[in-house]
Design a protein around this ligand. Sequence first.
Ligand SMILES: Nc1ncnc2c1ncn2[C@@H]1O[C@H](COP(=O)(O)OP(=O)(O)O)[C@@H](O)[C@H]1O
Ligand SMILES: [Mg+2]
Length: 365
Amino acid sequence: MEAWIGLMSGTSMDGIDAVLVSFNHSAVKIHASHTIPYPDQIRHRLIAASQNQAEPDEIGELDTLVGHLFAQAADAVIQRSEFDRAKIRGIGSHGQTIRHQPSGTAPFSIQIGNPCVLSEATNITTVADFRRRDMAAGGQGAPLVPAFHKAFFSSDEENRCILNLGGIANITWLPASDEIPATGFDTGPANALMDAWCLDQTGLPFDSDGHWAMEGSINQELLDDMLSDAYFSKAPPKSTGKERFNLDWVKTLVSRHRDIPAEDIQRTLLELTVKSVVQQLPEISDLRIYVCGGGARNPLLMEAFAKALPGVSLSLTTELGLDPQLVEPVAFAWLAKQALEGKPGNLPDVTGAAGPRILGAIYPA
Ligand SMILES: Nc1ncnc2c1ncn2[C@@H]1O[C@H](COP(=O)(O)OP(=O)(O)O)[C@@H](O)[C@H]1O
Ligand SMILES: [Mg+2]
């Protein structure tokens, strides 16, 4: 059996999720998984770089340092699985996004984590730089996971929606009918704003289990004001990031309102995630939603989704056979397989690209 490694770190910049996996038609077999949290210092430097506070020297150093951390994550899953290294066909490395600007006259997306360091350290062929070919073809370069969702999570009996709650939230709509194309887009913030506000007010990187938000209540005026951001009503294709939804965004909106307690703001940000997703879901009566990403671990967030979607079936991707924390890294292992087999990795209906494209650059072992 051949296997693939997937390496992913998203906008939350919490750490590197690694997986060693085999694919058999529509089945996924996980051999091992591991997460390497970013050391605090690296995380702070990455956050600064993503806020345009880094010179080329700093970005170059981070590129190499993050490349070594990604290589460590790859080694860790190989060791945990005791899988024969020679049977590992490739690594798909998303890298760490430090900037994503899909619109304007010169759109770009920058992922760091030098893939040359990865192939040198592991002696395994590495595929990286997945987003830019789609962008060169006029697409958003994001989200890229829907093609994987379509290949592994589609059903001809159920209208499914995959909801990924990372720093940013994205949905993939998988109609039961073959005649309706699968679509998907970033709906806006999931954890990014909650994390940013929590760090600013408490010094903690995230609100564990939503305990802090639980102490607050929703401020409806602030919520309505937040929901009036033009991104939420923009038609897809669309993708976004912390370039737009960041601490400044929160502070600007909060400054328009008087004396709101910090915990009420946290609770309102949680509700913003819920409402912005719900209002962008397809209007289908028998929709089944499957959740993945770090947000699935926040019981208050899951409870708020259930409350906002009465009568809608809401469960985790575990029901589809895949741990919610592994969906994204497995998707990048699969995208590496697609690239090395010369098959496309994007869905033009999702990204808006001119057509299907083979994604990624190959760094031989
Ligand atoms: N126990 C938890 N309680 C609340 N939030 C959590 C918990 N575990 C993870 N998270 C949230 O999930 C985020 C990480 O999710 P992840 O899917 O890795 O996002 P990304 O793809 O952006 O890296 C954390 O930053 C945090 O906000
Ligand atoms: Mg993460």
